[in-house]
Design a protein around this ligand. Structure first.
Ligand SMILES: Cc1cc2nc3c(=O)[nH]c(=O)nc-3n(C[C@H](O)[C@H](O)[C@H](O)COP(=O)(O)OP(=O)(O)OC[C@H]3O[C@@H](n4cnc5c(N)ncnc54)[C@H](O)[C@@H]3O)c2cc1C
Length: 430
């Protein structure tokens, strides 16, 4: 690392719902995150008009307005939002040292934790008429769950023959009287069960060996000109909604040398977590989700990634503190490092505003009401609440290996003083 190279605690890649939500949570956890927007600041929702299914917007909201709200909230929480694209990464330290990323092939920034929220892009047929009508919001979509509702009672089509296309067709078939499905071959790629479900749905009409030549309509879709690729016969079919379901491509190429990706390029995360196979690197949103692909699920996993990053850092700082304690008999360095670890936790806790004393056996740590101006080794200082816990048990609590309530019941965790503060202190360990 060069002397001038910038180092940050938490670096977020991507500015869609996942990235901005991670930014909000990471800022509130005092990780001082830096977020790079990428080429599409605001993410996929910048391409859409009305979003009707994001909670909290009862009258619907346009995609760009919603993403402006996300960005404003992240900024207000203190996230440093920068325009720039990550062009390469080096995760070879595997969390033993900082990770590093290159921005726009020029500047390198290192980070203790990385949150990947680079999203995915829908694949399109590439027809001029398709792209034109998509760009003016004229009835071309790649998401039935997002846009299907606008076509209730209308005739639509789905392009594709895989599981996703089948899901989209079945979803639309519950809203629309007729769903045409254009399948390029004489069989579907979808799983057996999905094929059967599609075939048995009365209002789905499957057109085999059929490809689209043109989407018809000036300002909005009025039909599709299709041709049979065996006979060459052309047909114009009337419809109002044109749904393309030929797959998505996750924006994960730059990570492929380090991260486990599945066969389609989605980042593999550990169960019930945003953790990747690399320590300190977390993934959220559509870059790791090929099933739900919604703004609200992306935001949810962005939240998970920030919480996972914060816990990972707390744990790492605590381990560093233990190492320091082993190597320094003075003990004061251990206190400083432990303090760093719990400061991150305490910044989130309502218990701040009160004075808390931590007794780690011989060591004592005093946190004043602000959580920022902490002092150490003030054994005689009055505190609203005193926490007594063995260092090993504290480590287990921070890792989540030891349940706070069990620790409390068994006497491993002693909290004396103001019970109101004591209750709030539980959130330091939860
Ligand atoms: C037209 C359309 C309409 C939709 N409508 C709805 C809807 O109504 N409701 C709904 O819930 N969902 C909807 N969706 C789906 C929704 O947009 C996505 O599920 C959601 O945006 C995923 O969020 P994300 O944060 O994971 O990724 P994205 O929104 O895809 O954002 C990815 C971000 O990563 C950035 N990025 C990529 N690579 C890099 C890099 N190398 N360096 C830095 N940054 C990078 C991009 O610039 C972008 O900011 C719609 C999608 C589309 C395309």
């Amino acid at each position: 690392m060069s002397a001038q190279q910038e180092h940050v605690k938490c670096l977020i890649i991507g500015s869609g719902p996942a990235g901005f939500t991670a930014a909000i949570y990471a800022s509130r956890a005092n990780l001082k995150p830096v977020l790079y927007t990428g080429a599409q600041a605001g993410g996929q929702l910048m391409e859409t008009t009305d979003v009707e299914n994001y909670p909290g917007y009862p009258d619907a909201v346009t995609g760009p307005k919603m993403m402006e709200d996300f960005q404003n909230q992240a900024t207000r929480m203190g996230c440093d939002i920068r325009y720039g694209t990550i062009t390469s990464v080096d995760f070879s330290s595997n969390g033993e040292g900082p990770h590093s990323v290159v921005i726009d092939e020029r500047e390198t920034v290192s980070a203790d934790t990385i949150i990947i929220s680079t999203g995915a892009s829908a694949k399109w047929l590439g027809l001029e008429s398709e792209i034109r009508l998509r760009d003016i919001g004229g009835g071309v979509s790649a998401c039935a769950v997002c846009d299907g509702f606008f076509y209730k009672g209308k005739t639509v089509c789905v392009i594709g023959a895989g599981d996703t296309a089948s899901e989209e067709a079945l979803y639309l078939a519950n809203l629309c009287p007729t769903v045409h499905m254009f399948v390029r071959r004489d069989e579907m790629r979808a799983s057996q069960v999905m094929r059967e479900r599609v075939k048995s749905k009365e209002n789905i009409i499957i057109h085999w060996n059929t490809e689209v030549e043109e989407v018809l309509g000036d300002q909005e879709v009025v039909g599709a000109r299709v041709f049979n690729n065996q006979t060459g016969e052309k047909t114009d079919i009337e419809l109002q909604g044109f749904f393309v379901a030929i797959g998505h491509k996750p924006n994960t190429d730059i990570f492929k040398d380090y991260l486990d990706l599945d066969s389609e390029g989605y980042i593999v995360t550990q169960a019930d977590s945003s953790r990747t196979n690399v320590e300190g690197v977390f993934a959220s949103g559509d870059a790791q989700d090929k099933i739900y692909r919604q703004a609200v699920t992306a935001a949810g996993t962005g939240c998970m990634a920030a919480l996972d990053a914060e816990r990972w850092l707390s744990h790492k700082e605590f381990i560093a503190a233990q190492e320091a304690a082993k190597n320094n008999n003075t003990g004061s360095m251990a206190v400083d490092s432990i303090l760093d670890a719990i400061k991150t936790k305490a910044a989130q806790s309502d218990a701040l505003g009160k004075t808390i004393k931590f007794n780690f056996g011989e060591e004592q740590i005093f946190i004043d009401g602000t959580g920022e101006s902490n002092t150490v080794s003030v054994a005689d200082t009055e505190a609203d609440c005193t926490v007594g816990v063995d260092l090993e048990d504290f480590k287990s609590l921070m890792k989540g290996d030891l349940n706070p309530m069990m620790a409390f019941m068994s006497g491993k965790l002693k909290i004396d003083g103001d019970m109101g503060v004591a209750m709030k202190l539980q959130s330091l360990f939860a």
